[in-house]
Design a protein around this ligand. Structure first.
Ligand code: GLC
Length: 753
């Protein structure tokens, strides 16, 4: 049997090599026939107001999949087909209706990236990726412009909702899972934005000034893991500069690091209108310029003709673009698509995945799950009725519906006061309309306008105390591409604060409990008010089924198992990066349009990453700064014991095994985390770093499961900038087996030579 398998494997390899050479032959044959102009035309894509308008011959490209972000350019003379590229990380973002076409083209709005990383469940994230890839296939999309995977360097970055974590390992593992899911059926994933795109303020012109060590250990590490374990077919470079040069023009990052070191063998594209010098982008190995314009084609042709640019660079880029085009779904023999994905099945996947990504932050005296005799619920907060499914901009999804908290709780059998609901709905409509009328900035409405909070009178609250068995308050935050959040957005507003204070006072006086639900896309301030309610559930922006997912947790249908993928600090000033982030510096003229006119403004034209590798818990733990909720934290409705811990080392492999037992009364899932403290003798090192994690399957009360985590000593190295290489410091390493970065259950030690 083994022999047969061995022979079979050999045949497959030979065939694969033969097939690959078939593809290479086809690419070479096409390339040889292409004129320089045709090569430049292929390198520069179409999309947005770039090529669609300027070149009528491509104007109809936008009607192939209306709302898609762009396409490559067909070259009819050589029968080179095109492909369709569409956002985004939370689902396919295309128009839901088409002029003159019957029917709708809704896509599923899956949970945002931060919800997925809060599950710490790579299998779940891969399953969500599979659904996104499936919807791409049904709608004729060949490349999904996701996952978004930049590091949460600062909570106010407007696009953190699209990204995973402050930690590079969690980021990389989540991204690899998403990529593997999307690419299951041949659709290409396109992780973005490579790299260090950690603010929206002047994103197209900002120069990130960062040390090599921080770059390697924090900002590139996630992409390294995603490439090695996800094998993406495409990847998007970021708008920003790194140490003075646009990333899409950096050969050392795009070719030497990404391709030569990490083994990336796909197609690199710019972000939309990213970079300034096409010939530099060619030299760097940034293959596709999206969605380019005529001047970029001219610049490539002129540079080659003038002898400034070796055509070999252009040919390499064309080869990699042709490979992506020839292997894309729509260009396979007999490929068709029906614009009819199974949205019902995908809605269930988004409901289950966002439920698993919710993080229970507080649950005094088992306020949750709601007790059996709760029937009437007093539901406060605009976001309870105008629930926020996700962030805005390219990471949004034109979904068919959003299940609000009101609907989710009704579906679960709870009753809410219809009069209060009507008042909130009217208030929300009016407040949004008022806010939109004040909008002046061109892109301001791209960040979904959030309604002000509706003030409540004592009488309003007293009426609800009389009617209801408990109270639920939802605090909502919108966020999105183009804008960083403001410091006031981080804080509760005075109306929100008095709502929580007054509702808690009145309901507690009547011996009734209060839960606060956070419907947010990024971290907010919690320390000053978290003592007030009995329970706090961070629901994030959980996609279109949000209200049902929250009800699944509140009712006890599902036990919460989410863990924070980033720290909730007490104050912005506690954050290492805070002095070097554009806090409240965002204004219309810098937030979206590329200034590209460097006025030397700190945190706008250049941002100094002075905190180095000390991002997130690496900062807070190394400096023993108190936080409101630590990285990796999340409560359950049950409890878990860790025992029988064994550590085995053989060669570079360190294996940690333990038993996890559900010692509570309800079923639940646990996320076991493994942090490592290095000797830190020859190099400064963070107090601890996450080096492995494992999410258990559902465990019934009293049941136990074996957990095994493996790390490679290579993962324990640090980047020595002087030697320009990774070094492993000899000495004693502490292995912390933990329930969060600040709840260490056991510590083992190993000695490394
Ligand atoms: C946007 C975003 C990028 C998106 C692209 C296409 O500017 O930065 O994430 O994929 O353009 O919409």
């Amino acid at each position: 049997m083994k022999k047969t398998l061995f022979i079979l494997a050999g045949v497959v390899c030979l065939l694969a090599t033969a097939c690959k050479s078939q593809l290479d032959k086809r690419i070479d044959a096409t390339l040889q026939q292409m004129t320089l102009e045709e090569k430049a035309r292929l390198i520069v894509g179409t999309g947005n107001e770039g090529r669609w308008v300027s070149e009528t011959s491509y104007g109809d490209m936008k009607n192939i999949v209306p709302g898609a972000a762009g396409t490559t350019c067909p070259i009819e003379r050589l029968d080179i087909p095109f492909i369709i590229l569409s956002d985004g990380p939370a689902g396919i973002n295309i128009d839901s209706t088409r002029d003159g076409v019957e029917g709708t083209f809704y896509c599923t709005h899956f949970p945002i990236g931060t919800v997925l990383s809060s599950t710490w469940n790579t299998q779940l994230v891969e399953a969500v990726g599979r659904c996104i890839g499936d919807e791409a296939m049904h709608y004729g999309v060949d490349v999904v412009l996701g996952p978004g995977m930049n590091i949460h360097r600062h909570p106010l970055n407007g696009r953190n909702f699209e990204y995973y974590s402050e930690d590079p390992l969690l980021t990389g593992k989540m991204a690899a899972a998403m990529i593997n899911g999307i690419q299951q059926n041949g659709v290409a994933a396109c992780p973005k934005h490579f790299a260090a795109n950690n603010q929206e303020t002047n994103r197209m012109g900002n120069d990130v000034q960062v040390s090599q060590r921080a770059l390697r250990e924090i900002y590139l590490k996630g992409f390294e893991i995603a490439v090695r374990e996800g094998h993406p077919k495409a990847l998007m470079t970021s708008y920003n500069k790194i140490n003075g040069i646009s990333v899409s023009e950096r050969h050392d990052l795009v070719t030497e690091f990404l391709r030569d070191e990490c083994g990336f063998d796909g197609t690199v594209m710019t972000d939309w209108y990213g970079g300034d010098h096409p010939e530099e982008q060619m030299r760097a190995g940034n293959d596709l310029i999206m969605p380019g314009q005529q001047w970029q084609m001219d610049s490539i042709v002129n540079a080659v003709n003038a002898g400034r640019l070796d055509v070999a660079y252009v040919d390499e880029c064309v080869r990699r673009i042709l490979r992506l085009i020839y292997t894309s779904p729509r260009n396979q023999e007999g490929h068709t698509y029906d614009n009819n994905p199974d949205l019902v099945a995908h809605a269930n996947v988004t409901r289950e995945s966002s439920t698993e990504g919710m993080v229970l932050l507080k649950n005094d005296a088992n306020a949750l799950p709601l007790s059996q005799n709760v029937k009437q619920v007093a539901l406060f907060g605009c976001a309870s009725y105008d629930f926020i499914a996700g962030g805005s901009g390219s990471g949004d999804v034109r979904r068919a519906y959003t299940v609000s908290m009101l609907e989710g709780l009704q579906n679960a059998g709870y009753e809410m006061d219809p009069l209060l609901a009507a008042r909130y709905n009217d208030f929300v409509k009016k407040s949004i309309a008022d806010n939109l009328s004040k909008v002046t900035a061109r892109f301001a409405d791209m960040v979904r306008i959030r309604p002000d909070e509706m003030p409540l009178t004592e009488a309003d609250i007293a009426e609800q105390v009389r009617r209801a068995d408990c109270a639920i308050i939802t605090i909502g935050r919108t966020c999105g591409e183009y804008y960083d959040r403001t410091s006031s957005d981080f804080q509760l507003s005075s109306v929100e604060r008095s709502m929580i204070e007054n509702v808690c006072r009145a309901f507690h006086a009547a011996g009734k409990k209060v839960t606060v639900v956070l419907n947010i896309g990024g971290v907010i301030e919690t320390a000053s008010w978290k003592h007030l309610p009995d329970a706090i559930l961070c629901a994030w922006q959980p996609g279109q089924e949000g209200g049902n997912s929250v009800a699944d947790i509140l009712s006890g249908k599902q036990t919460p198992s989410g863990k924070l993928p980033m720290t909730f600090p007490i104050a912005l000033s506690d954050i290492g990066a805070n002095a070097n982030f554009p806090v409240d510096q965002t204004s219309e003229n810098v937030s979206v349009a590329s200034r590209r006119v460097d006025r030397g403004e700190r945190n706008v034209d250049f941002t100094r990453y002075d905190e180095g590798i000390y991002v997130g818990y690496r900062w807070f733990d190394s400096r023993q700064v108190e936080v409101s909720y630590p990285f990796g934290y999340g409560l359950s409705y049950t409890t878990f014991d860790y025992n029988n811990i064994k550590v085995k080392q053989s060669g570079k492999k360190i294996k940690v095994q333990l038993d996890v037992t559900n010692t509570g009364t309800m079923e639940g899932m646990e996320v076991v985390q493994l942090y490592v403290t290095a000797p830190g003798a020859s190099m400064d090192k963070p107090a601890k770093e996450l080096k492995a994690f494992c999410k258990t399957p559902k465990l019934a009360a009293g049941k136990k499961t074996k957990v095994e985590m493996t790390i490679n000593t290579d993962d324990l190295r640090s980047y020595d900038e002087t030697a320009q290489q990774w070094v492993l410091e000899p000495g004693t390493y502490k292995l912390h087996i933990a329930n969060s970065s600040r709840d260490i259950r056991a510590t083992e030690t190993i000695n490394l030579k």
